[in-house]
Design a protein around this ligand. Structure first.
Ligand code: ADP
Ligand code: TZD
Ligand code: MG
Length: 600
């Protein structure tokens, strides 16, 4: 695809709007006068840069852009709501290191996509939100255009960068700048504003082709300074109880072999953050996941690789880290490997910041460490192993139980087996209890297979992630969804069926948010704000669109349904009925939930 667009002149514009191209990839809409226009220049600029997929939703002024993109051989994945298209683009960026593209209409479509753009920026995923916009002069004078909004200004605070293109001859530069901004340094979300008047602007095809830019080295390597590497190695050498924490930045970097070599050569116990699970198999003997609450307060030197000390790590302070009070430092020394020089010291002092891309940093560390490195003291690794085996045995007991109705654990025990048997499958996960139990019970075996609620802990990423994971990787997708979480993007089951994607959604249906047994304290007829229709038959949604729906109440039935879904690769929704009293409020983050002093 890339080849074609570099060798051929930009495609010519159709003479009329009805001149819809009939087949993909050809020059069926070519015009005799070798002209091109905004529509084609955008498509050619994306293709020239190896971008072959767009996630979006058509309408004025980008309807023809979606048609022409498909006609030009791009994969145009059309959603039912822009937020889901945006989440798909964001995770496509994470999985491929190329910016995921989301295409929307103006004002409301743009705003729907904007949540996902902010999500991409917060999670350090490369993404470009491309939105059509209304007429500049009407918008700027606020004269009331169709879907009027100053989108560029709205996007700026939530994006890593934001650009607007007014003239066809600037499209090449606009797309190039957007790509560079999205993937270089710390990746993030970029907004590209394309006013309606840009699309039909025409120019000579040859002149248009010359305005396009093929971005050279979009994410340049950033080598760490030798003295920063030495400082980190010296600190690591001094440690009696070292610990490595792998974050989703490490997963993004695709330096899997070197990261594994660093962990194994040093023999240091490691903890994967949720989306770094599988970077080394969760069954690895150095994994300290099953002893997390022991290793965090006990460690003396902690090396963070592509993980921030944000709320997910209790800001590096407080009880989690062994300190007496919530704001106090636990006494650990930190090494932090990150591409952003501003990340260090954001929460606690970082003694050895190593700034650079993870690939270059880890390979520099491996060199500095040399072939032989003294293993950490046996008291440390032994104490961890002891806690691990106790906790693993305890978990084994819980997983072996077979209560009726099913518990989260008895259902997830099945998912755990299925993922072990299908290590290449992608696992999408959202919810509260449905998230926390899955993260701890379901082991991952390969890098970048687990994608979840991310830095914000948001609901709604589910179906968008499923679509992108299937489209981008071609692998089977398994989604473990809370019933509330699923509802945020449930309509995209139609999208999954329409594109016939190998997605198996398992809803942990406990009738509500956190649990399904809450009552209205007044005794009135309105239900509690936390519960849904009892025994909702979500599987019928999938059936409505031609997919497979299964209602299960036992682990055996769940196993059978999942095995069949994977065998057939058909879109499947398994509605797994879970004990409605089995969850905890806010899952594992109850501590962040303000509690009233006065009981109602
Ligand atoms: P987690 O939620 O898994 O703890 P975070 O999203 O908090 O991970 O942290 C990811 C970190 O990784 C960010 O600080 C980001 O700057 C960094 N990062 C992302 N990509 C790279 C890369 N290629 N090289 C170095 N650091 C990176
Ligand atoms: N809205 C958004 C966008 N993100 C959120 N995180 C929330 C609301 C609040 N919230 C959570 O933090 S978890 C959750 C909500 C609404 C749903 C939990 O219910 P569930 O999972 O059915 O998905 P469990 O298994 O019942 O706990
Ligand atoms: Mg629920």
């Amino acid at each position: 695809m890339l080849e074609t667009s570099t060798k051929q002149p930009a495609k010519a514009a159709p003479t009329t709007a009805q001149d819809t191209p009939k087949s993909a990839g050809g020059d069926t809409d070519a015009m005799p006068h070798a002209e091109t226009d905004g529509f084609h220049l955008i498509i050619d600029a994306l293709k020239l840069n190896g971008i072959d997929t767009i996630f979006g939703l058509p309408g004025i002024p980008i309807t023809d852009l979606t048609r022409k993109a498909q006609a030009a051989g791009m994969r145009m994945i059309s959603f039912r709501h822009e937020q889901n298209a945006g989440y798909a683009a964001s995770i496509a960026g994470f999985l491929t290191q190329k910016p995921g593209i989301c295409l929307t209409v103006s004002a409301p479509g743009f705003l729907n996509g904007l949540t996902a753009l902010a999500h991409a920026t917060i999670n350090c995923f490369p993404m470009i939100l491309i939105s059509g916009s209304s007429e500049r002069e009407i918008v700027d004078l606020q004269q009331g255009d169709y879907e009027e909004m100053d989108q560029l200004a709205v996007a700026k605070p939530l994006a890593k960068a934001a650009f607007r293109v007014l003239h066809a001859e600037d499209i090449g530069v606009g797309v190039a700048r957007a790509i560079r901004a999205a993937v270089s340094g710390r990746p993030g979300g970029v907004y590209l504003d394309l006013p309606a008047k840009l699309f039909p602007q025409s120019m000579g095809a040859e002149a248009g082709r010359k305005t396009l830019i093929k971005v050279v080295d979009p994410a340049p390597k950033q080598m760490p300074a030798p003295d920063a590497v030495q400082r980190a190695v010296d600190l690591l050498r001094s440690a009696k109880k070292p610990l490595i924490i792998l974050g989703k930045g490490a997963a993004y970097a695709q330096s899997d072999a070197d990261i594994r070599a660093l962990v194994e050569r040093t023999g240091i116990p490691y903890l994967p953050m949720s989306m770094a699970k599988g970077l080394l198999p969760d069954t690895h003997e150095q994994s300290a996941s099953a002893a997390r609450s022991y290793v965090l307060p006990e460690a003396d030197v902690v090396m963070l690789i592509g993980a921030r000390l944000n709320w997910l790590l209790s800001q590096g302070k407080g009880k989690t880290w062994g300190a007496a009070t919530p704001k106090a430092w636990g006494g650990q020394k930190f090494i932090q490997i990150d591409i952003s020089p501003q990340e260090a010291d954001s929460n606690v002092a970082i003694d050895a910041p190593v700034v650079g891309d993870i690939g270059s940093c880890v390979s520099a560390l491996l060199k500095a460490i040399g072939p032989s490195w003294p293993k950490p003291p046996a008291e440390w690794t032994g104490a961890i192993a002891e806690r691990k085996s106790k906790n693993v045995a305890k978990m084994g007991e819980t997983l072996a139980k077979n209560p009726s109705p099913m518990s989260f654990q008895s259902a997830l025990n099945v998912v755990r087996d299925i993922v072990r048997q299908n290590p290449d499958a992608m696992l999408v996960n959202e919810g509260a209890n449905a998230l926390d139990f899955t993260r701890s019970i379901v082991d991952m075996y390969k890098p970048r297979k687990r994608i979840d609620v991310g830095t914000w802990g948001i609901m709604g990423v589910g179906m968008g992630y499923c679509v992108a994971a299937a489209v981008v990787t071609g692998q089977q997708v398994i989604a473990v969804e809370g019933d509330s979480a699923f509802g945020f993007s449930g309509m995209e089951t139609e999208t999954i069926c329409r594109y016939n994607l190998p997605v198996c959604i398992v809803i942990m249906n406990n009738n509500g948010v956190y649990r399904g047994d809450e009552k209205n304290p007044t005794g009135g007829t309105d239900p509690s704000p936390l519960v849904f229709v009892k025994d909702a038959r979500y599987e019928k949604m999938m059936e409505a669109f031609g997919g497979v729906g299964v209602h299960v109440t036992t682990p055996d039935a769940l196993r059978k349904a999942m095995e069949e879904a994977i065998r057939s690769r058909r879109p499947t929704l398994v509605n797994a009925v879970i004990d409605e009293g089995g969850g905890t409020e806010s899952g594992r983050i109850t501590s962040l939930n303000p509690a009233a002093k006065k009981k109602a």
